[in-house]
Write a new protein. Structure first.
Lengths: 429, 261
């Protein structure tokens, strides 16, 4: 393990000219772009009022860093562990194989400028939040740049913590992961609030670029306090024979907007898009997805599961889009809602557009309550009705988590799921 | 051996007295069932389809689809009707289901663990190491592959695997009274022998059994102390194991005469 000198991550570092120009252009775009309004297809069913971000400002303080470092527990074994408080890197440890670049973005912009430029925010934000992606691009001061060269496998996951601290603070977390040919890496990010009462905002972007034959798994755990909001834009590009997994867990925040786009760019490419969301009380989770089959002979499989309690609302809108010529595509999309109350609301808009031949595609969404028969069976074994419902709802979520295929990562995600269920069981607010 | 079946309740018994139950629409299913199952004894109920055998087991377990209109069921002298489904289970009643539910996403090991945890006082945690040690020992006896601990409860299990899983739960929960509802149905002879091995291993002076079955075959492997014949919502005849053989020989046809009598 070695520690990256913190001074190196200071936002005062000189930026390359291309990056300054990008930030300026993005700011112009941000100002010019109209705010989403009621009636916009990409914001159908959305609560547009949540997009008033006027009360938020960037914070120059690192907050209670020592305390937050102590609270940044995650996996037992990591290849690197980095902790950000309000975009400021406060702790970094790593024991990565030679050749792997895992640097704060501010530092990578100086040391690996051309490499960052080749991959930085390359895809068009097309699921509704282009204005906020521009705000992110113009405003970010740091982030993570991870590059795994050809044929290098990183055995343990890279773990990144993002803490939101202070009153009405906005952060712009940025994570860019690039894998070379036949490389392998897993990245897990955790988004949390320093306390339970102060509202915060995160406009996060994670870009994943998987090279030919590589394997790239990305896990985002969002557990902000219930007065915060987050827009998270995830863009994945999978080259020939690459296998990517993107997993999102939402347990926190008052309002969440996830936009996930996977581009299948080569034959044999695979993208697994997974999400588990457990909103309760008045939490609103809004998720938009796009499975873009550019190349023939690629595979994508989306499974989003929501367990809704109390007055919670979810929106799922997904589109499988098969380009002309993307023959022999396999693409699947499933959204399942488990309604745990009579007052929750789940909106699903699955979609499919096929412009090629010999494709296998399916899409669908279901909403259901726990069957009385299952509850009776569990109760007949002595499990009380509240615990029985909890056990079934947990199982409903765990089925998606098990797709990660990595016991340590699964245990970490399940820990956050169990925290949420304990919070719901205690009637916590 | 041939104790009168409807004698006064034994203080340590599952005692069913003059039980009447209807469906929600008012259709009468149980029309006065009386039965005393003391600890240490194995009773079998046989009868044709539609005689009310399965309903009896469901009413005792607490299925809310039935309405008890008269009679009582006591567990060691305690009335069970005020108890909820889960309270009855924790009090010591176990029902092995004819059609066990599938519970997607809940692993078998976590399910049985939750059932055991529910029997512990508040704040007490089940010892995980000891639990798995016991679980594996029972699974070995029932010839259940270890991979079933991680599989979702009954999901994708064959008929035989589901029934063996019921017996596994019986062995883990160690109830005072176990009701097996047509556990033999849909089993091939090898699976039946395994199930019988599990049940026989659980026979004890501290435990009473009620076996509900359509066929005599199960009773070749689990020898009952008493056999009762049920028809049209009543017990129409009681006797020793030889009654099962008599039924096998004459079929259920002759019951009609008994029911009419």
């Amino acid at each position: 393990m070695h520690t990256i000198p913190l001074a190196a991550s200071s936002a005062a570092l000189p930026c390359p000219a291309w990056f300054t120009a990008r930030q300026q252009a993005a700011w112009t775009r941000y100002l010019a772009a109209p705010a989403p309004k009621r009636g916009d297809e990409a914001w159908r069913f959305s609560n547009i009022k949540q997009l008033d971000f006027s009360s938020f400002a960037k914070s120059t303080e690192a907050g209670p860093a020592a305390d937050l470092i102590a609270r940044s527990s995650g996996l037992e074994a990591t290849a690197a562990k980095l902790i950000f408080v309000n975009e400021t890197l406060v702790s970094a440890q790593s024991s990565l194989p030679a050749g792997v670049i895992c640097l704060p973005l501010a530092e990578a912009l100086v040391s690996h400028s051309a490499l960052v430029e080749a991959h930085f925010m390359k895809q068009e934000t097309r699921l509704g939040s282009a204005k906020y992606a521009a705000w992110h691009e113009a405003s970010l001061t740091n982030g993570m740049f991870i590059h795994v060269p050809d044929d290098v496998e990183v055995a343990h996951p890279i773990e990144i913590h993002h803490w939101l601290a202070g009153d009405n603070t906005v952060i712009f977390p940025h994570t860019l992961v690039v894998t070379g040919s036949h490389a392998k890496v897993r990245v897990v990010e955790m988004f949390r609030s320093a306390d339970e009462l102060q509202p915060g905002l995160a406009i996060a972007v994670n870009d994943l670029s998987a090279g030919p034959g590589s394997k790239l798994d990305y896990v985002a755990i969002q557990a902000f306090n219930e007065v915060s909001r987050i827009i998270q834009i995830n863009e994945t590009a999978a080259a020939r024979d690459a296998a990517t997994t993107g997993f999102i867990l939402n347990t926190g925040a008052a309002w969440v907007r996830n936009e996930s786009l996977s581009r299948l760019e080569g034959a044999g490419a695979r993208s697994d898009m997974l999400a588990v969301s457990i909103p309760a009380r008045a939490q609103e989770y809004d998720q938009r997805t796009f499975q873009h089959h550019v190349s023939a002979g690629a595979f994508s499989d989306l499974l989003y599961k929501n367990s809704l309690y109390d007055y919670a609302t979810t929106i799922f809108s997904g589109l499988i889009f098969v380009d002309e010529g993307a023959h022999h595509t396999d693409a699947y999309q499933t959204c399942r809602n488990l309604l745990m109350s009579d007052t929750c609301e789940a909106n699903s808009m699955p979609g499919l557009e096929i412009n090629a031949d010999q494709v296998k595609c399916s899409h669908g969404s279901t909403s259901s309550q726990i069957s009385e028969e299952e509850i009776f069976y569990l109760r007949a074994r002595g499990i009380d009705p509240i615990a029985a419902r909890q056990l079934i709802a947990r199982g409903f979520s765990v089925e998606v988590v098990e797709r990660l295929g990595n016991p340590a990562l699964e245990a970490l995600v399940i820990r956050f799921i169990d925290d949420k269920f304990a919070h719901i069981a205690s009637g916590g607010a | 051996m041939n104790r009168p079946p409807h004698s006064a309740p034994h203080p340590m018994s599952l005692h069913i007295h003059n039980l009447h139950a209807t469906l929600e629409d008012g259709t009468a299913i149980l029309k006065g069932v009386s039965l005393d199952i003391p600890k240490g004894e194995v009773h079998a109920i046989m009868g044709p389809n539609g005689s009310g055998k399965s309903t009896l087991s469901k009413v005792i377990a607490g299925n809310e689809g039935y309405l008890v209109t008269a009679g009582s069921v006591t567990l060691d002298d305690t009335d069970i009707f005020p108890m909820s489904i889960d309270e009855r289970s924790r009090a010591g009643i176990f029902l092995a289901f004819q059609y066990p539910s599938e519970v997607p996403g809940v692993s078998n090991a976590n399910f049985i663990r939750a059932a055991l945890q529910a029997r512990l006082p508040q704040g007490e945690e089940l010892d995980a190491v000891a639990y798995y040690h016991r679980l594996y020992a029972k699974m070995d006896l029932l010839e259940i592959d270890r991979k079933f601990t991680a599989r979702s409860v009954n999901e994708g299990f064959s008929g035989g695997e589901k029934k063996r899983n019921e017996i596994l739960q019986l062995m883990m929960l160690e109830p005072q009274y176990a009701i097996l509802d047509e556990t033999d149905s849909g089993l091939d002879i090898d699976a039946l022998k395994i199930v019988a091995k599990g049940v026989n291993a659980m026979r004890s002076p501290d435990r009473g059994f009620l076996l509900i079955t359509h066929y005599q075959r199960l009773l070749d492997y689990i020898t009952p102390d008493y056999v009762h014949v049920m028809a049209e919502g009543r017990i129409v005849r009681s006797g020793g194991p030889e009654l099962a053989l008599e039924l096998e020989k004459h079929g259920y046809e002759f019951l009609k005469e008994l029911a009419l009598a």
